[in-house]
Design a protein around this ligand. Structure first.
Ligand code: SF4
Length: 360
């Protein structure tokens, strides 16, 4: 059955977004809205799968993230922008899909295993600081308790919820990076299994692979809030300047005339973070010229950082103005209206699902 292409994607509400989120996903979302019907969700229930013990910032973080979405150019007139928890059909469909999903598919999900290890480590660190309820349990019961506390039904089953998110809206295209391919494959397998058991109901989602440029953090590692090395897409002039000044360059350069290594190489394995940011904000000719100048020891890193700041100033300024033009009440309204539109589609899908399963 030929179906219309629909894009679905979601982000966990982690608060303000950083440049890694922007260049890796959000920028692409903005261009997709001109090509396809799009559903973009704040997947707040997914946040609970790993962070159920601290929900105090969920609402505020959702709002902050949607502000960033709107400032970046997501347009509620073109896309349906909504919060997962405003559409209870996500939970109902996840329950139904859970019935046909073999446990082994979830237990063998490589991302779940990796995340379990990674998050256990984080919770152990939080335990040392007494930072959350799970952390308190961990502190009381010992280090393995972190893993046990995270081995929940909800966390193991998050790919089923993810499949429900996509299938509820007839999502056929799911914009993802290479590392998230297994998730889309799992959603496709679940859709296929459901169709096999109950008859053709869902379109099979496909990954829409988006090439994401490298966005290093200020310390040259991957940009991430947890590494405390991020440049947010909303920064004041002052904070942006402070951050760029602290960015990792080539540690071998002691003076402006020392030849530099802007790209990753044996002398500077991570490569210069400032140079990687030039790639995103300068034109190709300047980027190539700056590389040559650096290698020839023709300028100091301080001047190079000043150039980067002036490249970033216009887009940051525009973003800042747009973001500040939205009030929290407007964000709430966008989410409320998006929730209504999403729910109308979700209800229709659930009618079809119940009919296919002979529940109605
Ligand atoms: S001159 Fe620029 S590109 Fe070269 S190491 Fe310094 S900051 Fe990086």
């Amino acid at each position: 059955m030929k179906r219309a292409e629909v894009v679905f994607s979601g982000m966990r509400p982690t608060g303000r977004l950083h440049l890694g989120n922007y260049w890796g996903a959000l920028k692409n979302w903005v261009s997709l809205q001109a090509q396809y019907p799009c559903f973009f969700a704040v997947v707040d229930w997914h946040m609970l799968t790993t962070g159920y013990d601290d929900t105090s910032k969920l609402r505020e973080n959702s709002r902050e993230m949607v502000l960033d979405w709107l400032a970046a150019g997501l347009d509620p007139a073109k896309s349906v922008i909504f919060k997962q928890s405003d559409v209870p059909e996500h939970a109902e469909l996840a329950l139904m899909l859970g019935m046909v999903t073999p446990l082994s598919w979830l237990e063998n999900n490589p991302t779940w295993k990796e995340q379990l290890q990674e998050l256990s480590k984080t919770k152990r660190e939080m335990a040392a600081e007494g930072a959350s309820k799970v952390a308190t349990v961990v502190a009381a019961k010992g280090t393995d308790a972190a893993t046990q506390e995270l081995r929940t039904f909800g966390f193991l089953g998050y790919p089923v919820l993810q499949a429900a998110d996509i299938l509820l809206y007839g999502g056929t295209k799911v914009p993802v990076g290479q590392d998230q391919l297994p998730h889309v494959e799992l959603s496709r397998d679940i859709a296929r299994k459901f169709n096999h058991v109950f008859g053709e109901t869902f379109a099979e989602p496909q990954a829409l692979l988006t090439p994401a440029p490298k966005v290093p953090g200020l310390d040259s590692r991957k940009m991430s809030k947890s590494y405390n090395n991020a440049i947010d897409i909303y920064e004041t002039e002052k904070s942006l300047e402070k951050k760029i000044k602290s960015a990792y360059t080539d540690p071998n350069r002691k003076s402006a005339t020392d030849p530099g290594h802007p790209l990753p190489c044996a002398e500077n394995p991570p490569g210069c973070s400032v140079y990687a940011l030039h790639k995103l904000y300068a034109d190709d000719a300047f980027y190539a010229k700056r590389g040559d100048e650096c290698r020839a020891g023709k300028l100091g890193c301080g001047d190079c950082k000043k150039d980067l700041l002036s490249e970033m100033s216009k887009p940051f300024d525009e973003f800042r103005k747009r973001r500040e033009s939205f009030t929290p009440a407007q964000v709430d309204q966008v989410l409320a209206e998006g929730g209504e539109r999403a729910r109308a589609v979700a209800r229709k899908t659930m009618d079809e699902v119940r009919r296919a399963m002979r529940l109605r």
